[in-house]
Every structure is written in C-alpha cells, then in structure tokens.
Design a protein. Sequence first.
Length: 482
Amino acid sequence: MTLAALMAPPPETAAEDLFAWADAGQRELIAQIKRLVELLAADPGLAPALGQTPGQGRRALAGRGLELDAAQLSPLWRDGFNPWPKAHTPLLALWDRWLRSHAAHRARLRAIAGLPPALAAWRDRQMARCALELGPFANRLDYPVLAFELSKGCSIGCWFCALEAPRLSAVFRRDDRGAKLWRETLAACAEVLGPAALANAPCYWASEPADNPDYPDLLADLAALAGRPGPTTTAAATGDIGWTRALLAIYDGRPGLRFSVLSLEMLAAIHAAFSPLELLLVDCLAQNEASAIPKSRSGRARRGGRWLAVRQAAEARLAGRATDPRRETTACLAGFKLNMAEQTIELLSPCAASDRWPRGYRLHAEGSFTTAEDVGRFIKQTAERLTPQSPPPGRVIGLGHGVVLRHNAHDLEFTSAAAKMRLPAEPALARVAGLAAQGKWDAAALLDQAAAAGVGPLEAMAALEALFARGLLDDDPPAGER
C-alpha cells in the first residue's frame, strides 16, 4: 500500500472491523507500533535509549521484541506525543491510519439508535454540554447509555481512582437466582432502550471485573443477547492469566477490552504473556506514576498533593504541553448505571469534577429494584420525565456552569474554561441568550421579558429551545430534586 493510500480517510466499515483496509503484514506492524507506544507512555527511560543513534534505537527495540525502524518512528517520542503532520513516514502513516480508524469506530459507537425520544434528546444535550464544558477531551468519551456494576466496591484501591470506589463489600453471583435476574434484567434493558444500548454497555464502573469470579460468564450472557460484549476495563490482567485469556476469548478479536497498567513490572508481565498481535485490539493504559498519560483530578486524586506531582511529571514528558484538569473526567456514562450486587439504579451524566460533583459525574435520578420489571419501569418512568425540548417549568434559567456570553453584531460567543461555541447573533437568539445569562427568570418569566423587548412568542420559544438543545443552559439537577 502506498503512502498516499495509507493517508487516505478510513473507509466506512462494520463497527467491529477496524482493519478492513489492512493485510496481515500491516496488522503485525500496527500491533508492534502499538506495543512501542505503550512502552513509551509507561517508561520514561525508553525514549532516551531510542534517541541516541540509529544503531542504539534498533538494539533498544530489539531488546523488547520489536522489529521496527526506529528512525521512521522517532517523532513518536521526540515530539512529546504531539501530532506529526510534517513527519509522515510509511510507518507513521500506517499508525495514523489505525488511529483514525479507531476514532471513526468510537464515533460509530456513540450513535446509539433506538432510544426513547426524550432520553435520546437528553443524551444529545449532555454530549453538547460536555463539548463546551470539557473541550476536546469530550471527544474521547463514548457516552454509553447503560452500565452495570457486578460487585459493590473494589479490592484494588488505586490512589488515583476517579470514581472513588469504596472497599469491596459484595459480589453479584451467577447462581440460579442471580443468573435468572441477570438475564431478565438484560432483556428488560434491551426492550426499553434497544439492543444497541445493551451492546455498548460496560459491565464495570466503580468496580474491578476480576473481583467477580463469574465475570466472564456474566459478560458472555450479555454478548449472547446483544451480539457482542460491552467494554471491560480491568486493573488485574496479570492476577490470573487464565481469567484474562477467557476474556480475550469472549471478545474474539473485537475491540472493547482494556487493561489498566499500574506499574512497569505489570506491563512487562502483560507483554510477556501476550504477543503484540494478541493485544492488537486491547488498550493497555499506562496508569503507573511515571506514565505520560495525565490523570484526572477527580475522585480520590482530589485529596492530597500526590496528583499534582504526578501530573507535573506527565506534563514534562509531554514536551511541556500543559493539560487542564477542568477538561477531564473518567466518567463517560450518559445514562443508567445498575449495581447488581446492591440492586440500585442511577441516571448519570459526565461533567468536570467540582466540589459538588467530585467524581466527575452528575446524579440526575436514583432508585432501587428487586426484579427486572422494576428496572424496566424505572427506566421508562425516568425517561418520560426527562424534558426533551425546553427547560423544566419553574426552574430559574441560566447559562451552564462557568459559561460566559459575549456578543457582537455578528456572533454570540459562549466561552467556558475549556472551549468556545459561536452562534449567529440573530435578534431573538441574542435577546433570549442575554436574558438567560442574567439567571433571574424561569421559562415563563423569561419569555415575558423577551416579549416586552419586542421578541415574538414563537421566536422566543424557538430561541430558548435552541439554547437548551445545544447544552448551553444550566442542566445541573438542583439538590433535592432527584
């Protein structure tokens, strides 16, 4: 394949087939480059070893079992993982094409068809809000509408846990009663939300999959009903290699499995147990303290000064490129989280971590269930209560948290700490946006104010709905309203 062909946009393919364009040799090369990137992200000592002479670079790669041309790939470590638009070699073009295929795949996953209309509108609004609140980081979130926890708490206790998982206290077992409740719950969710929602549902949240000895079988149940397994992230990939291989078998060459790598020793053990090709579609996320991947200041990491030292070290490895913690959250769910061990259900959405929402997600509704019928009923009733088009009556309307409005003769500019959004300064839109920015009136009173300023009622309502749909109005659930 020529360099020009490699740099072409990725083709439209089935959601599972990221490599329709690549032959076996190219897949092996991509798998090796992926392993190199994992090593570079985790090990600050590797880049200096690669950057001295071509001979040293080759020996350093060969010592890690990689047969790659270090000279072709040097921008990967010399530019602090920045993009390399002027450094396209054949190997970089191959890697870039894989990254774009992966991004296109994730974009397809975000398009969940078959949701109840009010829930779909609510989810779209949360994604629009996150684009402004979180900036470019929002594009890294998949926004599933359903997630499951198969235990209560976590046995690992990572110091940086963004979701601040409590200590492990209960596990949902796939015994006769548990298996029946699990399958009926999956079926109820698929009936109300559609099969696509189930296919994108992670079976973990503030929990560790390996804490549940039945996890592979529970995941296989979901895959049998949904057509594919939902995402899994585990920080225990080396605890029981047989268990990890069972997970790989369930995914069977499909994306969705991720390993959180807590140390260089753990990464070495993963690489020793699995070939690059076996892990081609498994994300190995460097979470060790020396990692070049900055950690979100949410959850447990908000306490103490350890996060700051780790983040400063990561920024130093990223060629001094600063990262803004206000743009981050590890919470991607814009939908319902079910804990099967304690039989609770919550409606959540991502947000920037704050004193009110320290774990990087908002809680919009909560309840409990005993049967699958309870689950279906709660989801239906909650979805019906979500306002699809305009702000709820009686609630004071304001711009989203931290959003500032500036306007001139041509544009309305909505600015947050992370991003900007511009809309045309049409008279009705400008007037209603200016009133919303004052944060004084509910919808009815705001429309009265707009009418007094000469804006027609239909125009004013259309402007209010446009601002609401774009996530520009405050959608933070008031305390006590859930």
